[in-house]
Design a protein around this ligand. Structure first.
Ligand SMILES: [Zn+2]
Length: 399
């Protein structure tokens, strides 16, 4: 089966990105897959361009009376777990038992991952417990390849034009760099980079970061009364002024959070780095106000202390853009309805490449891949769900 063959071929290629690199793509091994995909597009007769930054664009012409719709997946894999020497295990007719992951001593079990309850008698593809699988996002790439094959079988006049984009470096937030909309030609697009096929995602977090730098005053502690301003203690106090329950540990769904990522310091200087997330941009503004208020309180009490806040915008919720371009929403919704497939909206608790594309004039919701537990050894994919996604996405191009 071509879909499975493609998927297994892609996951065996190590394409991990590197957040410490400044080149584009961040690692040259991503070209091992990009060049293969280019060759495969050539063989299928799909016109394509691999640019100097490792972005691979493909285009299949169709009936010009209909808008060109794009598809997008990323070739890189996550940093948290190695993607080298991936040895996928294929479990056909899954019988519901725990699945041993090679000789690693790890098991994929229904108790830990209830999704497996829905996978009885299906084909489940897992790791051997030593690497991630890389279904994020090679399942997306394999699905797009299957869609391309299906679309090429359609008559040109009865299909919608299809634009394809394979990007490197999504996992380090640099996928949309160098994005060339003129080359892509899509009026809107879909990233195929989610999990369960039943979820359609038009929403992601609005995201800001705040670096808090507190400058104290160090003198001999024996002489410190009313003079020694300890930056470490002030940082502690600063954090205590922030809302206690607005943290990842206590939030889910549409609740946003402030997350302290790192802290370092001594008596004279203390620095803490926070990320702030909320689907609602007005609430996100209030979260920033909490930081400004904490700064004010401390500076009022300790006149000689100095607090610098460096506030940066990171990404925005694509819903702002999608609401102005409802066609990308109605098109996919109508397909799920026509195919009688139940669907739900999912507000992604993170960012997506599609969010950034959306603000670059290419609205770009996210669809599922039929793969789960991304970024680690327990990652797995369900072949039947990948097939279902390729059928759903193929429908986009039938006019
Ligand atoms: Zn991904």
């Amino acid at each position: 089966m071509l879909l499975l063959d493609d998927f297994l071929r892609y996951v065996k290629i190590d394409t991990q990105s590197d957040e410490n690199s400044s080149t584009s793509p961040s690692t040259f091994k991503q070209y091992d897959l990009l060049n293969l995909l280019k060759k495969e597009l050539d063989e299928l007769g799909v016109e394509n361009t691999l640019d100097e930054f490792g972005r691979l664009y493909g285009y299949i012409p169709g009936n010009d009376k209909h808008d060109c719709v794009g598809l997008c997946s990323h070739v890189d894999t996550a940093l948290e777990c190695s993607g080298k020497d991936v040895k996928p295990q294929i479990i056909k007719n899954y019988n519901g038992n725990d699945i041993p992951l090679g000789d690693s001593g790890l098991f994929l079990s229904k108790n830990d991952f209830p999704k497996l309850n829905e996978c009885l008698n299906k084909t489940v593809i897992t790791t051997d417990g030593t690497t991630l699988l890389g279904a994020d996002d090679k399942a997306g790439i394999a699905i797009i390849k299957e869609v391309i094959r299906n679309v090429l079988k359609m008559d040109k006049s009865s299909r919608r034009p299809l634009a394809v984009l394979f990007t490197p470096d999504e996992e380090i937030g640099r996928g949309p760099e160098h994005f060339n909309l003129a080359l892509y030609k899509a009026k809107f697009a879909y990233t195929i980079d989610g999990a369960d096929p039943k979820y359609i995602s038009f929403e992601n977090f609005n995201a800001k970061s705040i670096n808090v730098h507190i400058i104290g005053k160090s003198i001999h502690p024996g002489e410190g009364k009313d003079k020694l301003i300890n930056a470490i203690l002030l940082m502690n106090e600063f954090i205590s002024y922030l809302p206690k329950d607005m943290i990842p540990y206590k939030t889910s769904g549409r609740e946003g959070f402030n997350h302290i990522v790192s802290i370092k310091g001594d008596v004279e200087n203390a620095e803490a780095y926070f990320i702030l997330r909320n689907h609602d941009s007005n609430i996100l503004k209030k979260q920033v106000d909490d930081f400004l208020l904490a700064k004010e309180k401390i500076e009022k009490e300790y006149k000689e202390a100095k607090i610098e806040l460096s506030i940066k915008d990171q990404y925005r919720n694509m819903i702002e853009v999608i609401e102005k371009h409802p066609d990308c929403k109605t098109l996919i919704e109508n397909i799920y309805k026509k195919m009688n497939i139940p669907f739900e909206y999912e507000a992604t608790r993170g960012g997506t490449d599609g969010a950034t594309f959306s603000f670059m004039n290419c609205p770009c919701p996210n669809l599922g891949t039929g793969s789960y537990n991304h970024h680690g050894r327990y990652e797995f994919a369900v072949l039947e769900e990948m097939e279902l996604m390729s059928k759903i996405v193929t429908e986009i191009y039938k006019i």
